[in-house]
Design a protein around this ligand. Sequence first.
Ligand SMILES: C[S@@+](CC[C@H](N)C(=O)[O-])C[C@H]1O[C@@H](n2cnc3c(N)ncnc32)[C@H](O)[C@@H]1O
Length: 287
Amino acid sequence: MTPPRRVGRKITTREPIIQEPEQFEPEATRRPAGVTESSRASRGWWDRNADEYQTEHGTFLGDDRFVWGPEGLDEVEAELLGPPEELKGKDVLEIGAGAAQCSRWLAGRGARPVALDLSHRQLQHALRIGGARFPLVQADAGALPFRDASFDLACSAYGALPFVADPVLVLREVHRVLRPGGRFVFSVTHPIRWAFPDEPGPEGLTVAASYFDRTPYVEQDERGRAVYVEHHRTLGDRVRDVVASGFRLVDLVEPEWPAWNTSEWGGWSPLRGGLIPGTAIFVCERG
Ligand SMILES: C[S@@+](CC[C@H](N)C(=O)[O-])C[C@H]1O[C@@H](n2cnc3c(N)ncnc32)[C@H](O)[C@@H]1O
């Protein structure tokens, strides 16, 4: 079956740092994957592939920029977390922070970010880039190690939510750690992309699967253990998840592909970006 998409790069030969090299070529399939299996797969995959991810995308992301997705929409332009001058002194939780580029940008605006990620290796890249005058926390987004009402804002650029089996669990956790009136802004792959092959060229423009098929995309090893998982929710599912978690949906942003961006990122490309949305950004507020 054609993979619907992947945020990370296709698994090829590589030089894992944390774990032993895999001796198998993972099989791509669509099958159920629960909370624990998805989390375990994500941690392993991002530990093994963080080096490659940062090498491939680090320049585009910038060390201290806040980029919401492959279209290149920048928080400087978008202001989805509010006016930059109002970020000063705010406690901000970044979920699925990777190398913490967004947190570094927030710190530069005077905010007090905490960068959380499941992957140790991703957070090592945060240390490598440096300038991290804020906490780096290794934890699962489904069990946030913070007290209730600890943060003014939370954000996530493609972190955690595309990969978790129970997004409501994550959203409820974020709701819990936000202070009343706090905002959570997160980006994910636009759900419509799941109906198309994850290819940047013309072959990625023909519907190949049902948009309504929520069966996860799984890569598994020779014993059937998941090594990479992504979960699909329709746009309506995402809206219902946000509301069921106690948030109010303030905006749903679908960034258009800008003329200046000639880069490809996996299945995201100028060709497809000019025709169909690639990213959905949900702006949510806690009552
Ligand atoms: C596509 S990367 C995005 C990283 C960063 N925001 C960026 O734009 O480069 C997804 C990140 O989510 C993290 N992640 C995946 N599942 C997670 C979970 N359950 N809890 C916390 N982080 C998770 C991965 O380790 C990875 O660093």
